[in-house]
Design a protein around this ligand. Structure first.
Ligand code: ADP
Length: 391
């Protein structure tokens, strides 16, 4: 059965098609700069990558071209072969605790939660509607980034604000990257050969979050009401004293929008290093003795270690630490610095094993009290699995 997985952003649309249940990836690609000048798309098929320039007015048009390309590459001969389309939806609020088949009511709910993800949920809805029009015979499924975190106990998701803020304004921790944390924790359990495990999963990419997972269920995660909580990220600050916001408004006449922009787009690695949001540039800066890059990296690693220590205590121990996403899979030095800082917990890195990028691998020594693994994430496959299972 052919399943398409779709991740619609405000100006982009990523897709992958799988043959299920074999989980065979047939084709993938990304449409970029939708609705803007110089739009283009890239297709990956049979190990080849082809880029085409094309005026893409909207997501529906991108969808139609996607279908044409599927036919062109003979991935499908007839549209009726596509039985399901799985859509990544960032915010499912406190309503969705699992993936669901999309109907009118589900779309209303996704719209309702747009206030919590104003850039992402409307884009997902556009993707869903484009799919409904272009592939009318397929079942559409919504896979929520927040759903995996719905098992957190109330003491972990509530903020110490007036209780009414949670019930009336929906202010609480929702978390994000749930599809990735679910995928890598399931894979980790597969490797360990059991499900009664205590895992700490570090999804550290441009956006970064960390979760504590007990017996396959999330009990805590670092992102909050929004993805700008917890870890230091490429351009996001993560945890700060919330009063900084009102302080800047009162004393420096900044507007809420300006502060939000700084905290989301000009902070993190970029803000501290004053150089780049990309850890590769930070690593280059460190090699050249750039003090601000050295500081940014120190702060970045320290924040991850603080969370691992906190979750280690909360889980009552830990069987494995999992690294995934851009830095987690590729930054040898970031992984090393994090694991070295955990020596006090009995963590012993295997330097040679750690010297890899993008490979599933055990990177601690047999004598290490906690194992650490690199597990490349695959959110698209997770979306396809959920879609297949619901169909
Ligand atoms: P996103 O949150 O946008 O999905 P990714 O998970 O793709 O981000 O991570 C992108 C980030 O991963 C880059 O900005 C960079 O910091 C880091 N990264 C990617 N490749 C490498 C590498 N080879 N070495 C170090 N860091 C890397």
């Amino acid at each position: 059965m052919k399943i398409l997985s779709v991740n619609a952003g405000s100006s982009s649309l990523k897709f992958q098609m799988y043959e299920m249940p074999e989980e065979k990836k047939l084709i993938s690609g990304v449409f970029e700069r939708i609705g803007m000048d110089n739009s283009f798309y890239t297709i990956k098929f049979n190990g080849e990558k082809i880029q085409k320039e094309k005026d893409l007015k909207n997501h529906k048009e991108a969808f139609s071209i996607l279908i044409d390309e599927l036919k062109e590459y003979k991935v499908v001969e007839d549209l009726s072969e596509i039985k399901g389309v799985g859509h990544r939806v960032v915010q499912g609020g406190d309503y969705f605790d699992k993936s669901v088949v999309i109907d009118k009511e589900v779309k209303e709910k996704i719209k309702e939660f747009s206030c919590l993800a104003p850039l992402h949920n409307p884009a997902a809805l556009i993707g869903i509607e484009a799919s409904e029009t272009v592939i009318p015979g397929a079942v559409n499924v919504a896979v929520f980034d927040t759903a995996f975190h719905q098992t957190m106990p109330i003491e972990n998701y509530l903020y110490a604000l007036p209780y009414e803020w949670a019930s009336k304004y929906k202010i609480r921790r929702y978390g994000a990257h749930g599809t990735s944390h679910k995928y890598v924790s399931a894979r980790m359990n597969e490797i360990l050969g059991r499900t009664n495990t205590k895992l700490i999963t570090c999804h550290i990419g441009n956006g970064a979050s960390i979760s504590a997972i007990k017996d396959g269920k999330c009990i805590n995660t670092s992102m909050g009401l929004t993805p700008n909580a917890g870890l230091i990220m490429g351009t996001r600050c993560g945890d700060i004293d919330a009063t900084i916001v009102t302080y800047m408004i009162k004393n420096y006449n900044m507007t809420a929008e300006e502060i939000e922009n700084v905290m989301n787009k000009e902070s993190g690695y970029l803000g501290i290093s004053e150089l780049s949001s990309d850890s590769r540039d930070i690593e280059d800066g460190i090699a050249k003795g750039n003090d601000k890059c050295i500081l940014a990296q120190k702060m970045y690693v320290k924040r991850v270690v603080d969370y691992i220590a906190k979750y280690y205590v909360e889980l009552g121990g830990c069987d494995a630490i999992v690294f995934t996403a851009g830095l987690g899979e590729n930054s040898i030095s970031t992984r090393r610095e994090i694991l070295d800082s955990l020596e006090v917990l009995g963590v012993k890195i295997d330097e040679k094993a750690n010297n890899v990028r993008g490979e599933e691998k055990l990177i601690t020594l047999p004598s290490s009290k906690i194992a650490a693994y690199i597990i490349p994430t695959d959110e698209e496959l997770m979306i396809s699995r959920d879609t297949y299972n619901l169909i």
